[in-house]
Ligand binder design. Sequence first.
Ligand code: HEM
Length: 326
Amino acid sequence: MASSATGSSFSMAALSSACFLVLIGASTSAQLSLDHYSRSCPVLFPTVRLIVGAAIAREARMGASLLRLFFHDCFVNGCDGSLLLDDTPTFTGEKNAAPNVNSARGFEVVDQVKLAVEGVCPGIVSCADLLAIIARDSVVILGGPWWPVKLGRRDARSASQAAANESIPGPMSDLNELISSFRKVGLDVRDLVALAGAHTIGLSRCANFRDRVYNDTDIDVLLAQVRKFGCPGVDGIDDDNLAPLDFRSPLTFDHSYYSNLVQRRGLLHSDQQLFNGGPTDLLVKLYSRSPVAFRGDFVASITRMGDIKPLTGSNGEIRRNCRRVN
Ligand code: HEM
């Protein structure tokens, strides 16, 4: 009884903060706005949605991969489309940085979206904004919450592999490292716990959970046993074998990620750090009980993530092809 009362008051808080955020986005945001392309590209949203929907219909996991691209873009010098730039003989970008190489995927879908949007509104919509809309549509299509996407970002003319290696937190991170990497981009502990819920969809490679299933002690014995099958305990062997981050429902954006953590069934070491006797346990418990609280906070936090250091005004450019500067 007491816990459901707590859950519902949190839910109200989450709901009202989401509404408040919508109002701010609509009226006072100095840089990004909800109606940025409403005149210049009125068919933007249905165009993106069509391509993303088709990609996820072909392969449901793609929704997870596309959501992750937005995170990996925003954490490296802001949401500026820098992740999407290909390496050239004179330029080393982010795609081959450690967190992305053999891992970040979905770039072809971003190309398809860009091509379609250039077809209806040439030279208008940035790749950075497309990543934000693609991420939202992916979450919605897989059963998660909808949110209004703030737009008006412009595209970077450069990218930094070193910054990608430095800024994207790794799966071996402990809680303090996770908190500090989020704090560096202006996000707080609540943002960390809410955004980590993105691991309710998608897959991880064995290389990223091997150490956890063989060496961690805060892991459910059965989960460890099952995951060892597909992931031999020797570095370099079957590194790319895949397992779901959320074993219950890897293709549905729900809140079961948090119930897994409460049962010590987080797949990554960094996941389980959020429920390990520390200060984030309470939030994990809340989200495990209340899908409404999770959805409200996820929307608020991913909106904040999308606000990280956008290029606006005369900074950056609107790329014609997301893979290279104009
Ligand atoms: C909190 C720190 C985080 C860490 C340490 C982390 C780490 C990882 C790792 C190691 C993988 C597996 C990659 C692979 O094996 O190829 C992964 C997958 C994924 N991550 Fe995160 N992540 C974090 C936060 C986030 C956030 C904030 C989001 C989005 C808002 C996100 C979305 C995803 C998704 C959707 C996948 C599955 C991708 C796919 O199936 O292609 N992650 N993450």
